[in-house]
Write a protein that binds this ligand. Structure first.
Ligand SMILES: [Zn+2]
Length: 261
């Protein structure tokens, strides 16, 4: 019973994350739309979605993947995003059980998914979401074991602040020199804050790994994203993946930071 309730909660948060992504995307860059208003509606015919069809997965299956009013196809991305949240949530639940650690880790995962998709699709890292992540990194630090980085004996605020500071300054400097030679910005300001946030979570010693894995992942995404006609590389999405790779290697004890340092 409790497992069913928890699964439904993960699905609902997955649905909420799709909503946040949709409403923060640049095509909705007008003032009469925000997180709470208006009601969820079909982007094509603008008809409000009935309560039953708002239920994650069930609504999609009941409508057979089409808007019940105008019959336009609902993107598969919505149920996939909900299932992704469910899977990540259940994995974290199996690690942390029903605890504050689960809440922090799942919140972190949701924010990273939102940032990954927004940067991948629109090269957008919203300031509000970025700051939420930084805040989570700084306050979540008392729970360093959440991120399984306790091998750094890192459970104090000063290390977290150092990680944030170095992360920010590193990318800022890279961009500074880039701009000096090329005359225009090479890295968006959102990327500085994102790396600062990741530094505040994983600490300064994790940054070289996150930057290395993140850069490789960015290049991989760039080539993988065939439709991308722009020359921009989604560095933010790459950093999110780089951070994930770091966490996984660290979790499975494949990366001994002291052996490398
Ligand atoms: Zn419709």
């Amino acid at each position: 019973m409790i497992n069913a309730l928890i699964s439904i909660t993960f699905l609902c948060i997955g649905s909420l994350s799709s909503l946040i992504i949709y409403r923060l995307s640049p095509r909705n860059n007008n003032k009469d739309i925000n997180l709470f208003f208006p009601r969820s509606h079909c982007p094509s015919c603008k008809k409000n979605i009935t309560n039953i069809n708002l239920i994650p997965l069930i609504g999609y299956i009941k409508q057979r993947g089409r808007c019940s009013n105008c019959n336009i196809k609902i993107s598969l991305y919505y149920p996939i995003n909900e299932i992704l949240h469910l899977i990540i949530g259940l994995v974290l639940y199996s690690i942390f059980g029903l605890s504050l650690e689960l809440l922090i880790a799942f919140l972190l995962a949701v924010i990273l998914i939102v940032l990954f998709i927004l940067d991948y699709r629109y090269f957008l890292l919203p300031f509000s979401i970025n700051i939420a992540l930084l805040f989570l990194g700084l306050i979540g630090i008392g729970y360093a074991e959440v991120f399984n980085i306790s091998f750094l004996d890192y459970n104090n605020l000063s290390m977290s602040v150092a990680g944030a500071f170095i992360g920010f300054v590193f990318l800022w400097l890279v961009n500074f020199f880039f701009k000096l030679f090329k005359g225009y910005d090479g890295i968006g300001g959102g990327d500085f804050i994102l790396l600062a946030s990741l530094g505040s979570i994983a600490g300064p010693f994790a940054l070289p790994f996150i930057i290395l894995f993140g850069s490789l992942a960015s290049i991989f995404i760039y080539f993988f994203k065939i439709k991308a006609l722009s020359n921009q590389i989604p560095l933010g999405s790459g950093l999110v993946l780089g951070f994930l790779i770091f966490l996984l290697l660290n979790y499975f004890e494949l990366l001994n930071i002291y052996a490398v340092l």
